[in-house]
Design a protein around this ligand. Structure first.
Ligand SMILES: [Cu+2]
Length: 700
């Protein structure tokens, strides 16, 4: 099923609703002020379809294809955008918190609001704006523009000097063609016995800080080459050793080619397709998820309602899925939990120190963008049960919008036990099954797949999980050669050890915007008069008062977690309402502190950073990590050591997955998981899932 866009109220309908006098949002029925319905009362022209569409959107709805088109059209009309300009992204320029009713409501005592009334304060419509990143290859410049769709004009336009725009999908494809056609590359391929360049896979990689003097100021990428002996082979089975092109992406020319010497191609084909792996198991009986009455959630435009949860969805070219205004309905009002959550960086450093292999690291968000890598889920079998999908609209390099159909997946899952107790004396059993709402999207980033899941539970818990799969990155070894920096997964095929670091940007709003973050460790009490039996332990809660105090690492042996509390309220038991961030398994960077890769990914040197909210602070490695020398983002902002107590805070959680490769990861890797939880801790007065009904006995 396709998602249903919010419905615009026609002028005729509005005329019938004579008492409508303010601009506002009500349950699925956006209405406009009578005064704005020109032609009805004021004799002006009818609003055209485009303006009408503006008003039918919630302020946080992602831009649709028509809005993307209009934004590009307005920018081309008002500014000197050359025909060669390449559009990197056109995404919603998100309104200020104060412009969105949910946030306004969270500022007042008794945080939260009833239902989902989206009335805009003061009767003024929130302008729809697009944030555009484009590059002018001939000028070697990156530009940022804000375009107002409401005012039909350019609000701001500036170049970003010295910043290198991310690589677009079109450039990625063109770089492959240019590299394959380069005479030096062709000669290098021939030296390796490869005469079919069209079967060579070229992967452009971000060059980071490794440019040479003659490449200074140029927007370049370097390449890894792989070969498909048969067109349907797995290219990563035949890494082409030692042949690399440095490509100027603006000019789309090969700057230089390096040939480090020939190593023969590994013999394997690395196939994993069903028709090429031999006999398939045939002993699984069907397992079907049936929801005869459909799923229990509602989707209204980009708002999702399930059980007590209220969530708005968004999507950007850079971050992919975004959660907005996550709230939990409690005693008749929606209590805010998160203002905005997304994966803000995805960084993968590799361990191998050999020439060029040592350059391998990727900032999949800052150098490319994970929204543009989203899979269309119609082709696979990624979710099971009653699925609802959302399409997303993005911009192509040429400024034309395109749609990724079924990019976001929503479904419910049975998740085993929610709670249970048997009272033997009464001979009673109370058992509740857990159901969770799953909101997900999956990307293909070159060799790897990342599947991102947000889970919402009936007891107020939110969980984030990433599933890593796809194909491990390989390099070729000479026959008999081995390496400490990877695992031999097939003859002459080294799967390099590496790590994956996700930076989750969690703009929290626990019962409102003013929150304080505490670190909570558990400590043993020294034996003595207060602990005569030596058994005592207790949690010790310490507020993180300034940014310098809020750069922390996990400590599982102390049971460390971080509490995001609202000091302005108390629950019925006297606790500050809070959510705790509970780390799962995690790891730190192994690269040297002085290494350029560490400098560029300094956010990954800590698991938790807390900053005061600033609308311009969105990406932990800075706005333009591509070719950046390092130090941008979190390390730069937090130098100011701003106070973070009882204020609007953003948590940045670094989630690391450590990947010492295994033979079992080849030729395609079974899913590896990593994640963390946000759990209510004093947010409620008791188990909030007591009111979940027992399952009908015929289902047990
Ligand atoms: Cu991995």
């Amino acid at each position: 099923m396709r998602h249903v866009r919010a419905r615009y109220v026609t002028g005729a309908e509005l005329g019938e609703a004579a008492d409508v006098c303010s601009v506002g949002w009500q349950e699925g029925t956006p209405v406009v002020a009578r005064g704005q319905m020109a032609g009805q009362d004021h004799g002006g022209p009818q609003p055209d379809d485009e303006q009408r569409d503006d008003r039918a959107r919630h302020p946080l709805d992602p831009l649709d294809a028509r809005e993307i088109s209009r934004a590009v059209k307005i920018l081309r009309r008002e500014r000197l955008v050359t025909p060669d300009a390449r559009f990197v992204s056109v995404s919603l320029n998100e309104p200020l918190k104060s412009q969105v009713p949910w946030a306004a409501a969270t500022e007042s005592p008794g945080a939260g609001q009833s239902g989902s009334d989206h009335s805009v304060p003061n009767g003024t419509a929130v302008p729809r704006e697009a944030f555009i990143v484009l590059l002018e290859p001939a000028r070697h410049e990156t530009y940022e523009a804000v375009v107002s769709l409401t005012a039909d004009s350019v609000v701001s336009w500036r170049s970003a000097p010295g910043m290198y725009a991310p690589v677009t999908l079109a450039e990625y494809a063109e770089c492959e063609l240019v590299t394959r056609a380069d005479p030096e590359i062709l000669a290098g391929l021939e030296r390796r016995g490869i005469t079919l360049p069209e079967q060579v896979l070229v992967e452009p990689w971000g060059i980071g800080a490794f440019t040479e003097a003659e490449e200074a100021g140029r927007r370049v990428a370097w390449t890894l080459l792989f070969y498909r002996e048969r067109p349907d082979d797995n290219p990563y089975a035949k890494p082409i050793h030692g042949l690399h092109a440095i490509v100027d992406l603006d000019d789309m020319t090969v700057v230089r080619v390096e040939d480090l010497g020939v190593v023969s191609l590994p013999p394997g084909s690395g196939t994993y397709a069903a028709d090429r792996v031999g006999p398939l198991r045939d002993d699984l009986k069907p397992l079907e998820i049936v929801q005869p009455d459909g799923p229990s959630f509602d989707i209204d435009g980009w708002e999702v309602r399930w059980q007590r949860w209220r969530i708005r969805l968004g999507f950007t070219a850079r971050e992919g899925l975004v959660l907005h205004t996550v709230g939990y309905e409690d005693k008749g009002r929606v209590r805010p939990v998160i203002w905005r959550a997304s994966v803000a960086e995805l960084f993968i450093p590799y361990a191998d120190p050999r020439p060029f292999q040592g350059w391998r690291n990727a900032f999949d968000i800052g150098e490319y963008g994970i929204g543009i890598m989203a899979n269309s889920l119609e082709l696979g079998c990624d979710c099971l049960g009653e699925i609802r999908y959302l399409d997303i609209d993005l911009v192509g390099s040429d400024g034309e919008p395109y749609t990724i159909r079924q990019a976001i997946c929503l479904h419910e899952e049975d998740f085993g036990l929610l709670w249970k107790h048997v009272d033997p004396a009464l001979n009673t059993t109370e058992t509740r099954r857990s159901r969770r709402l799953v909101i997900s999207f999956i990307i293909t980033a070159g060799n790897y797949e990342y599947a991102f899941y947000w889970y919402f539970y009936q007891d107020g818990t939110i969980e984030f999980e990433v599933k890593l799969t796809g194909i491990v990155l390989t390099s070729a070894l000479a026959p008999g050669e081995s390496s400490d920096f990877g695992t031999l997964v097939a003859a002459q095929t080294l799967a390099g050890h590496h790590q994956h670091f996700l930076s989750l940007r969690l703009d929290m709003a626990v019962d409102g915007l003013r929150n304080t973050v505490y670190e909570v460790d558990t400590e043993a009490v020294p034996p003595g008069p207060g602990n005569p039996l030596g058994n005592a332990f207790r949690p010790v809660k310490r507020p993180l008062r300034r940014e310098s105090e809020a750069q922390r690492v996990i400590d599982p042996l102390r049971g460390r977690y971080w509490l995001v509390a609202n000091p302005g309220y108390r629950n019925e038991l006297g606790h500050e309402p809070a959510y705790k961030l509970v780390p799962g398994s995690n790891v730190l960077l192994f690269s040297d502190p002085a290494a350029s890769v560490t400098q560029r990914a300094a956010f990954a040197t800590r698991h938790l950073w807390v900053t005061p909210y600033h609308p311009g602070e969105r990406f932990p490695a800075g706005d333009y990590p591509n070719q950046h020398q390092g130090g941008a983002g979190l390390p730069a902002w937090t130098k100011a050591d701003r106070p973070i107590e009882d204020t609007d805070v953003v948590l940045w959680y670094t989630l690391g997955s450590h990947h010492i490769t295994r033979p079992e990861d080849w030729p395609v890797m079974p899913v590896e998981r990593a994640g963390f939880m946000l759990k209510p801790a004093g947010f409620f007065d008791r188990n909030p899932a007591l009111d979940v009904a027992p399952s009908p006995s015929e289902h047990c």
